[in-house]
Design a protein around this ligand. Structure first.
Ligand code: AMP
Ligand code: ZN
Ligand code: ZN
Length: 325
């Protein structure tokens, strides 16, 4: 019988790179310590800051929500608010919202729900069809826009998302192969913000394996959405590279962890020190590299009208009522 690395109980949760396992209690403790160490090492959360945790209902963000809520003193933030975006995906988003709300309630974390259909009249699927763009890219754009706009409306310092190591590794690899420099630059442990315009983005689970996020929510007895999004499309490069990294991990335990750390180090070296302040979209005032931001362009193409300023206004109202309640 393999023993827990921290006590004499039986080990039932294994972590490839420690070449051993833990009992349930010590696995939960170990994973939380790892997340805390990442937050500290990359200075993700300034002391006393206001943090938004983006909760999708999936295992990753439920793990993140739980660690942040449970380990408040060690993380050192001043306030934690959860934001869930209901993306209007029929037969899926209802459950995602319910799971997100129930976890927040159990942990005593305030959760603000943003409903995309209420904001712009359509969900992600229709938006994708009308704009003739892939659902995942439309969804990513919409989430980024809403999370930033609501963070600015709330005066939050940091937005934390649950991106785990495997996704970070595959996405950076894919973007490197396709030379998508702009997409690549967004995939860092910390994306610094600009006061009043861009909220800082942090990814405290970027050193946590996907399999460990699932084991964590099971070990900690947390409810999570186990179904995949029905719109999710996994391309051949993504699928094959995931398999390739898994194979390497089996041959060399810890390969994925070393790889992601080295990639992030390399990317940080290539970054210039002077980070230019992005311009504002002429229509909605949100950050944009071009005259009109990608959200305003997307909604204009799909719905015949750029919706950015309307969305920003509605989010400001939503924040006011959420604070009052
Ligand atoms: P994904 O892009 O679906 O892999 O999700 C990556 C991270 O983005 C999640 O771990 C969450 O932190 C955040 N996120 C994804 N979907 C939502 C959502 N519907 N509402 C709030 N945050 C989300
Ligand atoms: Zn133990
Ligand atoms: Zn705009």
């Amino acid at each position: 019988m393999a023993k827990c690395l921290r006590c004499s109980s039986r080990a039932s949760y294994f972590v490839s790179y420690v070449r051993g396992g833990f009992c349930r209690e010590h696995f939960v403790e170990y994973m939380e310590e790892r997340v805390l160490r990442t937050i500290e090492r990359y200075r993700m959360v300034p002391r006393g800051s206001k943090v938004i945790v983006a909760v999708s209902g999936g295992k990753d963000s439920i793990m993140l929500l739980n660690v942040l809520a449970k380990r408040r003193d060690e993380v050192g933030y001043g306030e934690l608010v959860a934001v869930h975006i209901n993306l209007g995906i029929r037969g899926y988003s209802e459950e995602a919202e319910r799971v997100s709300l129930e976890n927040c309630r159990a942990l005593g974390v305030k959760c603000v729900v943003v409903n995309l259909r209420e904001l712009i009249g359509v969900g992600v699927e229709e938006l994708s069809k009308l704009s003739r763009r892939p659902a995942c890219s439309v969804c990513g754009l919409v989430k980024r826009y809403i999370l930033n706009a609501i963070a600015i409306a709330m005066g939050a310092d940091v937005v934390a998302t649950g991106h785990h190591l495997d996704d970070m590794l595959v996405y950076t690899f894919k973007n490197m192969l396709s030379s998508s420099v702009e997409e690549l630059s967004k995939l860092t442990p910390v994306s610094p913000g600009v006061k009043g315009l861009v909220a800082s983005r942090v990814r405290p689970l970027f050193e946590v394996y996907e399999e460990n996020t699932l084991a964590y929510v099971i070990a900690a007895g947390l409810q999570h959405l186990s179904r995949e999004c029905p719109l999710k499309h996994v391309g051949v490069v993504e699928r094959e590279s995931r398999g390739y990294f898994e194979k390497l991990e089996r041959e060399i335990p810890g390969f994925k962890l070393t790889a992601i750390r080295n990639i992030m180090k390399t990317m940080a070296m290539g970054k210039s020190e002077t980070t230019e302040t992005p311009a504002r979209c002429e229509l909605c005032g949100m950050p944009s590299r071009e005259r009109i931001c990608s959200f305003c362009r997307l909604t204009e193409k799909a719905l015949g009208k750029p919706m950015g300023s309307q969305v920003v206004k509605k989010l400001e109202e939503l924040v006011k009522t959420a604070i009052a309640s």
